[in-house]
Design a protein around this ligand. Structure first.
Ligand code: UDP
Length: 236
C-alpha cells in the first residue's frame, strides 16, 4: 500500500491517504511538543520507537478482543490503519496520581488510586483541550451519550490489558490517553499508544520512562523511550 496525498499533519504524526479509501498510513515523526505546543523539540528516532511500541500494543489489544485501527506495520515509521472518523474526545485513564491530577486536585504524585479514574477532554488545541463531562460533550455535539459509554468501558478494558502487560515488563502504567473513531457502524481505538501518550514508571525505582523526561528537561529522553521499547518488545 502506498501513500497518496497528505490528509493531516499533527504534532507527532502525518496521516496520508492511500489507494484504498478505507485505509490511511500514519507516519510517526521525531517531533515532540508539550504543554500544548509551547515547548517544541525532537527526540531522535522517537517515530521509529513509537511506531514499534504502538503496533505491538494494538496487536496485544486485538488479541484480547479490543478492536483497533491497526491493519499492519508497513515499515519503521509507517503504520497502515483503517480510516476513522475521529471522535473529538481524548479519553484519559489514571491508575496513579500524576500530571494534571496532582495540579488540579492536590493529590500527591504517586498515590495509587483504588479505582481507575476516567476523564474526557475536548480535543481542541485552540481551547487547550479542556476537561469536560458527558453533558458538555453531548451539548458540543462531539459524541452521543451512548458513544461516551462505549469510550468509557473500552478505555477501562484497555487499561486492564495494558496494566497487566506492563507490570509483566516491570513498568507501572501511571496514566494514558486514548483516541477513538467511528468506522463501519462501530467504534475502534485509534491514534497511538506510546511513551508520548502514557506515563510509565519503572516498577521498582519509580524512574520516569516517558514524555515527562522531555516535558521537564530530566535528560535521558531517548534512552527512556528505547528502554520502554526493549521491555515492550521483549519476548514473554
Ligand atoms: N496526554 C496526551 N496528550 C494530551 C494530554 C495528555 O497524550 O494532549 C497523556 C499524558 O501523556 C499522560 C495522560 O495523558 O500520560 C494524562 O495527562 P495529564 O492530564 O496529566 O496532562 P499533562 O500532564 O500531560 O498536561
Amino acid at each position: 500500500m502506498k501513500k497518496t496525498t497528505l490528509l493531516h499533519e499533527g504534532k507527532a504524526k502525518k496521516v496520508f491517504l492511500t489507494e484504498d479509501s478505507d485505509l490511511v498510513i500514519q507516519e510517526f515523526k521525531d517531533d515532540a511538543t508539550a504543554f500544548n505546543n509551547k515547548k517544541k523539540g525532537t527526540i531522535a528516532d522517537k517515530g521509529v520507537v513509537n511506531n514499534a511500541i504502538s503496533c505491538k500494543l494494538f496487536s496485544l489489544l486485538e488479541e484480547n478482543g479490543i478492536r483497533t485501527h491497526l491493519v499492519e506495520k508497513l515499515s519503521d515509521r509507517d503504520m497502515l490503519c483503517k480510516r476513522l472518523d475521529i471522535i473529538k474526545v481524548e479519553v484519559v485513564v489514571r491508575n496513579v496520581a500524576a500530571g494534571s491530577l496532582v495540579k488540579r486536585y492536590g493529590f500527591s504524585e504517586g498515590t495509587v488510586l483504588d479505582q481507575p479514574i476516567v476523564e474526557f477532554y475536548l480535543k481542541n488545541d485552540d481551547l487547550d483541550d479542556p476537561l469536560m463531562n458527558e453533558s458538555h460533550a453531548v451539548a458540543l455535539g462531539v459524541a452521543t451519550l451512548e458513544e461516551l459509554e462505549v469510550l468509557r468501558s473500552r478505555a477501562v478494558a484497555v487499561n486492564t490489558v495494558l496494566k497487566e502487560f506492563f507490570a509483566g515488563r516491570k513498568l507501572m502504567l501511571v496514566d494514558f490517553k486514548l483516541e477513538f473513531g467511528r468506522y463501519d457502524h462501530g467504534i475502534l481505538l485509534g491514534d497511538e499508544i506510546s511513551p508520548d501518550t502514557c506515563r510509565l514508571w519503572d516498577l521498582e525505582t519509580k524512574e520516569k520512562l516517558d514524555k515527562d523526561r522531555f516535558r521537564f528537561d530530566l535528560g535521558g529522553v531517548e534512552d527512556a523511550y528505547s528502554e520502554v521499547q526493549r521491555r515492550v518488545l521483549s519476548l514473554d
